[in-house]
Each structure stands twice: as C-alpha cells, then as structure tokens.
Design a protein around this ligand. Structure first.
Ligand code: ADP
Ligand code: MG
Length: 212
C-alpha cells in the first residue's frame, strides 16, 4: 500500500459521491442543512487536484496529505471528523510495510475510527457516521483475527456498512445538527452514515477488482 493505493480509494469515493449527490442532498435537507455532499465533494475534488503529490508519497504521508487537505476544504461537522479518520490511520501506520497483513490493516482502520470517536464524542446509536464506521471496524478486526481472506473481507465489509447505514433510519439523533429535531429525526437515514457506507462500499469494490 502506498500513495497510489490512497489515490485509488479517493477516486472510488469520488465516483460514488458524484453518483449519489442528489440522494444525499435530500437526506441532509431532511435532518440537516443540505450541505453534506457538497462539503464532501469540495474536499474530494481538492484531493483529485493533488493527485501527483499524493501518488508520490508513501502510505502514511499520503493519508496525512489527504487529511490536511480535507480539514481545510470540507468544513461542516464532517471536515474535522474526516481529518481525524485519515490522520488517525496515518499515525497508526507510520512505519507500515508495503503489504501489511489484514490484522495490521484492520488495526489501522480501527485507530482512525477511534480518532473520530474522540473528536466527535459519538458512539453507536447517535445516528451519525459512527453507526457505520464502528461496526465496520469491529467486523474488519474480527475477520482479520479469524484469518479471513482479503476477498472475504472486501465482500463482507460493504454488507456490514449497508445494514448499519439502514439501521440509522429508526434512530433518534443525539449528536450533530440532526439532534435539534428530536423525535422528528426518526424515519430518515443519516446523511453521514449514507456517505460513509457508499465510500466504504466503493473502495472495497475497487480494491477487490484490482486484486483480480
Ligand atoms: P453539518 O451538520 O455541520 O452541516 P455536514 O453536513 O458536513 O455537517 O455533516 C453532517 C454529518 O456529520 C451527519 O450526517 C453525521 O453523520 C455527522 N456527524 C455530525 N456530528 C457528528 C459527531 N459528533 N460524530 C460523528 N459524526 C457526526
Ligand atoms: Mg450539513
């Protein structure tokens, strides 16, 4: 894994966010202020514009370059949270090897998710992106610990992400802008959960395809 891997993931994220722009706009209009997808796209577009720099870097520095750029471009609640995710992953993979084990990769992802939890102070059940990130990190660790194949992991994680994203529909929002709506936040999927799930699904699909 290196800067090229990071760029491949950014491209996959970009494609799915573009494809689902209207849908995510509606989700954030229902329980937020409608800007979530535009915040994300501003950030991801800025990352695409620094392709050469990211691709030339090793894995951890590439993640850190992307993290800093997202912090300065995304804004909203999600900008600092995405920064924490990528910066937390970079810190945990500081002396990573080119081909880390799945156990290492799961540990790096979990470190990123922990950093988001520390920043946003949201756990499971608050109706945020954490409702996708935490179950995915747990399942990733569990599969890696059980010696699952990379193919099995790349197949399983999008399914966990999707079920977790759907589960936010019935939750009461207790964090972020949606919490201002109280009971009226129920019945709508959280936009950050949806965007996170889409990015995880697209990245796994792309990495699986590249292994073929
Ligand atoms: P804002 O709400 O400031 O307009 P965005 O629209 O960019 O920010 O992002 C909204 C998303 O951020 C929500 O859908 C939710 O998933 C996520 N979010 C908000 N607050 C938190 C938090 N404390 N922890 C984790 N995620 C959060
Ligand atoms: Mg918003």
């Amino acid at each position: 894994m290196n800067g090229k891997t990071v760029m491949t993931c950014i491209e996959a994220a970009h494609a799915t966010l573009k494809e689902h722009t209207d849908e995510i706009t509606v989700l954030d209009q229902q329980i937020g202020d409608g800007d979530h997808i535009f915040n994300l796209l501003r950030g991801v577009d800025a990352l695409l514009a620094m392709r050469a720099e990211i691709e030339a870097a090793a894995f951890a520095p590439a993640l850190d370059l992307a993290a800093s750029k997202l912090l300065s471009t995304v804004g909203g609640s999600s900008g600092p949270l995405l920064y924490s995710l990528l910066h937390g992953m970079a810190k945990a993979s500081a002396d990573s090897v080119d081909a880390p084990s799945l156990v290492d990769a799961a540990r790096v992802f979990a470190a990123g998710v922990d950093a988001v939890a520390q920043r946003g102070k949201a756990g499971i059940g608050s109706k945020t992106m954490m409702d996708v990130l935490i179950p995915v990190a747990s399942r990733f660790a569990e599969l890696a610990d059980n010696n699952a194949s990379p193919e099995a992991v790349l197949d399983a994680l999008p399914q966990v992400a999707e079920a977790s994203m759907l589960a936010t529909r019935d939750m009461l929002a207790t964090k972020g802008r949606a919490s201002f709506l109280g009971e009226r936040s129920r019945g709508h999927i959280d936009p950050g959960a949806r965007s996170s799930q889409l990015m995880i699904g697209a990245i796994c699909a792309r990495l699986a395809q590249d292994r073929d």
